[in-house]
Ligand binder design. Sequence first.
Ligand code: GLU
Length: 284
Amino acid sequence: MRKHTMGLLAMAAATTLTLSACGGAEVGGEPDGEETAAGGDTIRIGIKYDQPGLGLQDGETFTGFDTDVARYVANELGYSEDQIEWVETISANRETALQNDEVDMIFATYSINDERKELIDFAGPYFVAGQDLLVAADNTDITGPEDLEGKNLCSVTGSTSAENIKNDHAEGVQLVERPGYADCVTALASGAVDAVTTDDIILAGLAATEQNAGKFKVVGAPFSEERYGVGLPDGSTDTCEEVNAAITKMIEDGTWETLVAANTEGADYTANADLNPPEPDACA
Ligand code: GLU
C-alpha cells in the first residue's frame, strides 16, 4: 500500500515536471518575489528574533528598528501590519531564504556587499552601522581589534563581522562562531570568550537589556561601515525601486529619525551622523 502510494506520488511529480517543462513560464511560475511583493495577500518578511532594539520576538510581538522600518515599507507597498508574516532569518540563512522563496524581503541588520549581491538584490541602505567590540564592563585591555591577539572572540556564522575578522584581524585570534549574537553574549557572560564582535548598534542593544544592565560595554571604536539593505530575491529591480521610494519618504517625513530614537532609547548608542541617514543606492 505504502509503496503503491509512493509510486503514484512519484508519477504525479513526474507528470508535473513534464508539464512544466513543456508549459514554460505558466506552469513553472514567474519569479515569486516581484509578484508577491506587488500585491499578494500577505508579505513574508525575514527579521532577526534575538536582537533587542532591531529585531526581537517577544511572544506574538515583534519589536525593533528593523521591524518598524519593515512595517513602514510594507505599508507603502500596500500591506497592512496584519498582512505581514514574520519569519526568522538568522545571519547564515538570509541568502538561501531569499533564493528558496521562503521570504519576500529581509530587514535583518543585513549589510550590503558584493558577495551577497551575486546571489540576491538589495534595496536601501536605510541605516549605516559600524563593527565594534563588546567586552565586560571592567575590561581595560581590549580597546580595538588590534588588542585581540591571544583572545577568544565570538561572532556569528555567515555575518560580515566574522568575515572581517577572518580577513583582516585573524592573527592570534581564536574566533568562536555561534548562530546568533545573543548566544555570543551568553559566552561572554560565562567567561568562555573575552569579547563579542558585530555592529555597534546590535551590541548596544544587547548590552542595554534588563538582564545585561551594567555587565558589558561597547568599546566604541568602530572599524567598518555596515550599510543595512533590504534583501530581495535576485532580479527584483521593480520591487527595489518601490522599497527605495518608501525609504526615501520615511527619511523625508521624519519617521526614520523617530524610529531610530525610539529603538535606541535606553541604549548607550548614537548613530554616526556623518553616515546617517543614508541615501538609497540605485537599483541594479
Ligand atoms: N551587518 C552584518 C551582517 O550583515 C552583521 C550583523 C548580522 O549578522 O546581521 O552580516
